[in-house]
Design a protein around this ligand. Sequence first.
Ligand code: GLU
Length: 513
Amino acid sequence: MAVRVRFAPSPTGELHVGNARTALFNWLYARRNRGVFVLRIEDTDVERSEARYEGQLMQDLRWLGLDWEEGPDHLPDRGGAYGPYRQSERLALYQRYARELIAAGSAYYCFCSPDELEKDRRAAQAAGRQQIYSGKCRALPPAEAISRKEAGETASVRLRVPDEPLRFEDLVSGTVEFSPDVIGDPILLRSNGTAAYNYAVVIDDGLMQITHVIRGDDHISNTPRQMAVYHALARLPSPATDGCDWRLPQFAHLSTILGPDHTRLSKRHGVTSLAHFRERGILPEALANYLALLGWAPSGGDREIFSLPELVEAFSLEQVSRSPAIFDPVKLHWMNRHYLKQSDPERVLDLAIPIFRAAGQIGESPGEDLRRWLRGVVELLLPAVDDLSQLPEQARVIFEYDAAASIANDENQQVLAEPGARQVIEGFAEQAQQDEELTVERFRAALDHVKKTTRQKGKSLFQPVRIALTGSPSGRQLDRLVPLLEAGSRLELPKPVKSCRQRLMEFQQAWQR
Ligand code: GLU
């Protein structure tokens, strides 16, 4: 049977690391097995679901490199044969099957009010019993229940769960068994007519012919309830079942993701939405590679760098671990640096431009000259950043220069107080200012000259020069930075870049004071 998997997010917020990993594993499994990846939107929670989240979710998945054969954006005649793919559009199906289940005696009307249920729950809690439905309405004679319902009483629909343990073989967790005492009779339809998650998910997975349910292990305890729904549907007389045999899919529950402190990953660990990573200039291939290793490892070997096609090639559910995965931002950054280094510089530049713009370092729509220059800036600074959002901070060495502040800086003062420092800076400035532009050749010649005349070398030579030119005794390679400062000073920018000549002049003036 062809593999059909689904990712079934609820559009109630942004897509985060946990769900993105679920989506990725489903996608990898589908691609590995030449199967179908379905995107289904679980928007039955009307109050919390928002259309904008659905759009953002799809955008995030595409950004990560995932695509789907079936989903809410597919027309019925173009791969949408099992639609609609939004639960909010499937209400009639849920209601129809609920009627069938009631008629077959597998489900019943429950007239218990929320107050009553709450009272029962509290009593169970106080007595140390499982807080599951007491089963009060189970025994109502069907004819009585129907006439009460027809008389206008509000009722939910519950599944009659047989009194036997429910067991399944999870592809990740192995054998899982639940006793009937912890399951209770789950609600299928709420009294307002909407479908409950454990019911809708089975109707959908069944009718969409899903073969493998790969999802977070927070759903393990829902699985027996869902199994009971499958069993009840499978017992319906066949004309009711749309040619669907309600065979159980295989389940694979992915372990929880923990933060670096080994507690469940949450807001406390910082923002982990895909939108956030995208804005910060984490490359999608870095994130996908990183997410793939959250709970999965290739068989044999400790290789870590995988492109999406390589992941498809290597992926298997057997290699998914039961132990919780730790989300480690340091490792994500390591991967991102790896991919940034490998990326086409023009692509990195395109991603960096909005970030420089947001920082106010460049204006709207940079022209060709500015782009070319910026490309050099990015290439110089890239090795110093984990993600592109750190570029503006690193680029301050280019865009900002304040001689007085750099002289006042404690660390700089130590360098400037060294006996040879003044001579080095004066000598260098004199040499450097001989031409209009400080070319790399002249820069090197000037340093050489100062080295000979002052007999300073190493740190004692470089650090004072660095401070005078950049305001800091350390940083990126000066012979790459100098030409960028010179070229930058000729470009039109919101705040002009100061040339080397200007920097040296300002520095000497400030130092005399
Ligand atoms: N809408 C559910 C969630 O986002 C889907 C659970 C499932 O995959 O069955 O957690």
